[in-house]
Design a protein around this ligand. Structure first.
Ligand SMILES: C[S@@+](CC[C@H](N)C(=O)[O-])C[C@H]1O[C@@H](n2cnc3c(N)ncnc32)[C@H](O)[C@@H]1O
Length: 216
């Protein structure tokens, strides 16, 4: 049965960190790698899309303890777990969808998203990435670590499977349901370019998981 996105993560909260670190291939490598790519200026401002319990932030704070983080997530449980991990940090945590929350203009030195954006279509991402592009400072950039479809056929199969499941379960609303529909890296890069990013590069890869860097 499909579950609404926030219910899915609320229901798995207690075992979330352990599941990610034990069962997601190369998590022990891609979290530190992702953190290392982020800006290292003291006090810099970073936006985290789908911050969850803050696995990427654990690694980032080790390297840049004075960074000022804004984290957005749909799940109150995930945000509360994150807050508990970093009691001494001033983190701006926002409960809601990154599609709806305004990010501001020219405010962030960097942005990051890990394992959150593989649920959305290219069209949905273009408008999100355009909003992100506006929110970054001139020298700002976005680090995306996520898993991707390895072919157009795989991408289409995931999307068709989601639509079939929604039809089977009589779901007609536009709410977000948890079902992985990763784009190919090529389509993800196209979405970033169409949103206005000036250059996009693959920084690393572990199986189907990639880290991309998009410069404003
Ligand atoms: C697999 S978890 C990744 C969390 C964290 N970045 C990590 O790597 O551990 C995906 C997170 O994205 C959040 N999420 C999914 N869609 C979202 C949306 N539209 N707006 C905000 N958060 C979203 C979920 O609530 C969940 O906490």
């Amino acid at each position: 049965m499909l579950e609404k996105m926030s219910d899915f993560f609320e229901n798995r909260l207690l075992s979330y960190d352990e599941h990610m670190m034990k069962n997601i291939e190369s998590a022990d490598e891609f979290y530190p790698f992702t953190a290392k790519q982020l800006p290292m200026m003291a006090g810099c401002r970073i936006l985290d899309l789908g911050c969850g319990t803050g696995l990427e932030l654990e690694e980032y704070y080790l390297r840049n303890p004075s960074a000022k983080i804004t984290g957005i997530d749909l799940s109150q449980g995930m945000l509360s777990a994150l807050k508990k991990k970093f009691p001494d940090k001033e983190i701006n945590l926002i409960l809601g969808s990154y599609f709806d929350i305004p990010f501001g203009v020219n405010v962030f030195d960097g942005a990051v998203s890990v394992e959150s954006l593989h649920h959305f279509t290219k069209e949905e991402k273009i408008s999100l990435y355009a909003k992100l592009h506006r929110a970054l400072k001139k020298s700002g950039y976005f680090i995306l670590t996520d898993y991707f479809s390895l072919s157009d056929e795989e991408e289409q199969l995931h999307r068709r499977s989601l639509l079939a499941l929604k039809a089977e379960q009589g779901i007609c609303d536009d709410a977000f349901y948890h079902y992985d529909t990763p784009l190919t890296v090529k389509h993800e890069m196209e979405a970033l370019f169409e949103a206005g990013f000036s250059s996009v590069a693959v920084l690393s890869q572990w199986g189907a998981t990639y880290t991309l860097k998009a410069n404003r």
